[in-house]
Design a protein around this ligand. Structure first.
Ligand code: HEC
Ligand code: HEC
Ligand code: HEC
Ligand code: HEC
Ligand code: HEC
Ligand code: HEC
Ligand code: HEC
Ligand code: HEC
Ligand code: HEC
Ligand code: HEC
Ligand code: HEC
Length: 441
């Protein structure tokens, strides 16, 4: 019912618009002059030539218009005339000029056009990058359908292919040096892309994160995927996570516009997002925490947990298992799992028998930090000294041993050097007879 009303309103608006367009000059100019203005061409006038798919330009590009598709399009359904869009030939003499003006959609779609005029695509075109998207690249020309129509290029389930006609086109990507590379294929392999492909309409298509007409570069502070806006953008669907994240230390930093803070895509990536229980990703994200918490990663790697995850097994504790993933807090915060009162429970998630004593184990023990763990520091020092001592002793021992062995070997070789040249030949069967000669010395 709403659609019918909408369509009816649209038709009324359209007739008014078209009517105004036709009446305005008539009202302004004298009646007799208006009478001399020829009537605008009907669609049939145009289709006389353009219904033939064989009609081509001099350069071979097609000029055929599929009448059935146009009839079925949103504009065709509204009974629009060719000349409503191709306004410059409305009353022109036929055959018309070779070059015609570009269709200006903004005469009827002011809002969409105004939003588009601020986008990266529009800007790129202004700067001579003619490969960037226009209305036609995303909507088509004569077969435009409402975005709610499952056959439309801009229907959520079809949009990745529409954007992907450029952002998934390797030749174009290389030629125009497009940011992000083959974004469409990364997206297709992500949990979002797979969910959307399976028909889960609430999964985000490109426009859910980027917008449609007002798409901006990821470095633009006004854009939906700019660092400081990302949490809000993902949070439109992942509201619970956003809530958690905002409460944590990272979220607080971000709210203070501190650009040291991580945002969703730093840990999850933007287009290759995997399910959070994917083992490979769980191991990779440790490295991501470590890009900022360098020293904590080093100390973690020294522990059993860190060594096992380094081998690619996610079964043992990762950073997020102990700290939480989104509401990370300093240990001084009573809500933190690392707060002394919560630590036993935290270890018990996996070590069922863990007690106060077990939880004393330092997950970030630092051999080089005396103030943090004196016994460990001195043990490490002692082990270091012991190791150096042992190596030094055996080093000296080996050197002396070698010298002696060398001297003895040299001594046993000397007599052979005085032998005549023929003795270089393979030893005669009784070579052993020469042995006492050496012994004589
Ligand atoms: C007598 C045949 C004929 C009729 C009638 C005709 N056209 Fe064309 N049209 C052509 C030819 C031929 C070209 C190719 C011009 C060229 O590039 O050589 C063309 C090109 C065009 C183009 C592309 C222009 C460009 O800049 O590339 C548009 C748009 C167009 N026609 C629209 C219309 C509309 C709208 C009508 C009805 C008002 C119409 N034509 C009627 C023959 C016709
Ligand atoms: C909703 C607006 C709209 C309507 C209505 C419309 N066109 Fe077009 N037409 C376009 C756009 C957009 C282009 C692409 C070129 C441009 O941007 O000017 C185009 C291009 C063309 C071309 C050039 C073909 C090409 O591939 O470049 C022809 C020929 C043409 N139109 C004929 C027609 C005819 C005949 C009708 C009526 C049956 C018609 N158009 C109705 C928007 C429209
Ligand atoms: C980069 C792709 C893209 C470009 C370029 C684009 N659109 Fe859209 N458009 C969309 C998508 C996607 C939707 C569906 C609504 C949404 O997802 O927000 C849409 C929706 C629309 C709608 C219906 C909803 C609304 O906002 O009123 C109109 C009308 C429209 N576009 C017109 C235009 C016009 C006119 C232009 C050129 C100035 C244009 N679009 C350029 C992708 C695009
Ligand atoms: C002469 C006026 C006029 C022109 C020019 C025009 N349109 Fe439309 N268009 C309409 C009307 C009226 C509707 C129906 C309004 C509605 O459903 O919201 C419509 C509907 C649409 C829709 C579907 C909106 C929806 O609900 O999803 C899209 C997309 C669209 N137009 C894109 C374009 C594009 C792209 C161009 C330029 C190539 C264009 N239009 C040129 C009048 C026009
Ligand atoms: C879940 C949200 C989301 C979806 C869905 C999404 N993007 Fe993105 N996109 C982002 C974020 C976030 C960034 C910023 C990247 C960053 O900061 O690392 C981005 C960046 C980009 C960039 C710039 C590349 C760069 O590295 O800066 C392009 C191009 C892009 N996206 C295109 C697309 C296309 C095309 C689709 C659909 C196939 C899509 N995106 C789907 C969130 C999304
Ligand atoms: C006709 C080809 C084309 C289509 C279709 C297209 N784009 Fe683009 N897009 C480009 C080009 C070319 C650029 C590069 C602009 C530049 O480098 O200045 C770009 C830039 C972008 C950027 C900014 C990248 C950056 O620098 O951070 C984003 C985001 C983006 N597109 C998203 C989309 C989305 C989402 C869609 C679909 C709704 C889409 N594009 C459809 C060609 C296209
Ligand atoms: C500092 C890294 C990091 C940041 C930033 C981050 N996440 Fe996560 N996220 C994780 C980790 C690690 C997990 C896995 C948690 C687990 O296994 O319990 C996760 C899990 C998830 C899940 C799966 C559900 C769940 O709770 O297990 C979703 C959805 C999610 N994150 C969305 C987001 C969104 C949205 C943002 C931005 C507001 C975000 N993440 C920011 C690291 C991060
Ligand atoms: C339009 C809504 C929407 C937006 C926006 C959105 N997501 Fe999602 N996301 C979903 C849905 C729906 C799923 C579940 C897909 C499934 O389970 O098949 C999901 C799944 C996820 C998962 C996997 C959760 C799990 O259980 O393992 C992560 C991680 C995630 N999203 C992160 C993000 C990030 C990061 C952003 C922003 C860059 C984002 N999402 C933006 C709807 C959204
Ligand atoms: C992009 C950099 C970045 C990434 C990635 C990152 N963090 Fe942080 N994190 C910070 C900053 C900056 C602080 C605040 C440090 C401060 O206050 O001096 C912080 C604070 C913390 C705190 C609170 C401790 C404190 O000193 O306030 C914990 C716990 C924490 N992060 C754990 C993690 C975990 C676990 C991960 C991975 C899942 C992670 N972080 C990923 C930058 C990052
Ligand atoms: C087995 C559990 C466990 C694992 C795994 C773990 N941590 Fe910790 N982490 C703790 C505990 C407990 C503390 C607080 C006590 C301390 O500082 O010794 C802590 C302290 C921290 C702090 C300082 C926070 C503060 O409150 O001052 C940061 C930052 C941190 N860890 C980051 C990480 C990162 C990054 C990883 C992964 C590379 C990681 N942690 C792995 C348990 C763990
Ligand atoms: C996500 C699960 C998980 C959490 C949380 C966790 N661990 Fe572990 N940890 C393991 C697994 C699995 C092993 C491998 C040994 C095993 O099977 O018992 C292990 C091994 C260990 C080891 C070496 C082997 C042993 O059993 O003596 C120590 C020490 C240890 N964990 C301490 C802790 C402490 C202390 C905490 C709490 C601060 C903690 N772990 C939290 C999973 C976890």
């Amino acid at each position: 019912m709403r659609d019918v009303i909408r369509a009816a309103t649209a038709v009324a608006a359209l007739s008014l618009l078209v009517g105004l367009g036709r009446l305005a000059p008539a009202a302004l100019e004298a009646q007799d002059q208006a009478a001399a203005t020829p009537a605008p061409h009907a669609n049939d006038d145009c289709m006389m030539c353009h219904s033939d798919p064989e009609t081509t330009r001099a350069d071979g590009t097609s000029l055929g218009v599929d009448a059935a598709k146009f009839e079925a399009s949103v504009h065709g359904q509204l009974g629009m005339a060719c000349v409503d869009c191709h306004a410059d030939v409305a009353t022109a003499e036929l055959p018309h000029a070779e070059k015609l003006a570009r269709v200006d959609c903004s005469t009827c779609h002011a809002d969409a056009s105004a939003a588009f005029a601020k986008s990266i695509h529009f800007e790129a075109r202004e700067h001579g990058k003619g490969e960037a998207a226009t209305c036609v690249s995303c909507h088509g020309m004569h077969d435009i359908l409402p975005s709610s129509d499952p056959a439309s290029r801009t229907y959520a389930l079809n949009l990745p292919n529409t954007c992907g006609s450029c952002h998934g086109n390797d030749t174009l990507i290389t030629r125009t040096n497009m940011q992000g590379g083959n974004v469409a294929s990364q997206y297709a392999d992500s949990i979002h892309g797979r969910a959307l492909k399976a028909g889960l309409i609430v999964a985000p298509s490109c426009s859910a994160c980027h917008g449609a007409h007002d798409i901006l570069a990821s470095t633009d502070p006004e854009g939906k995927v700019f660092r400081f806006n990302q949490v809000a953008t993902c949070g439109t669907c992942h509201e619970g996570i956003k809530h958690q994240f905002d409460k944590g230390r990272h979220g607080q930093l971000l709210a203070a516009q501190d650009d040291r803070a991580p945002v969703c895509a730093d840990c999850h990536s933007a287009h290759g997002i995997q399910a959070a229980d994917t083992p490979q990703w769980r191991v990779d994200v440790i490295r991501e925490c470590g890009t900022c918490h360098v020293e904590k990663l080093t100390t973690y790697r020294d522990t059993f947990h860190g060594q096992v995850t380094n081998l690619g097994f996610a079964r043992v504790a990762t950073c997020a298992d102990c700290h939480g993933a989104h509401a990370v807090l300093p240990q001084s915060d009573p809500a933190s799992p690392t707060h002394p009162t919560n630590r036993v429970a935290m270890c018990q998630q996996c070590h069922a028998g863990a007690n106060e004593n077990f939880a004393q184990y330092d997950p970030h023990a630092d051999l080089h930090d005396r103030s943090r763990n004196a016994p460990l520091y001195y043990t490490a020092r002692f082990m270091g000294v012991l190791l150096i001592g042992v190596f030094t002793f055996f080093g000296v021992h080996t050197t002396l041993w070698f010298q002696r062995a060398w001297r003895e070997a040299a001594a046993s070789r000397t007599p052979r050097q005085t032998l005549p040249a023929e003795s270089v030949l393979p030893p005669p069967p009784h070579a052993g007879d020469e042995e006492p000669k050496g012994g004589e010395r």
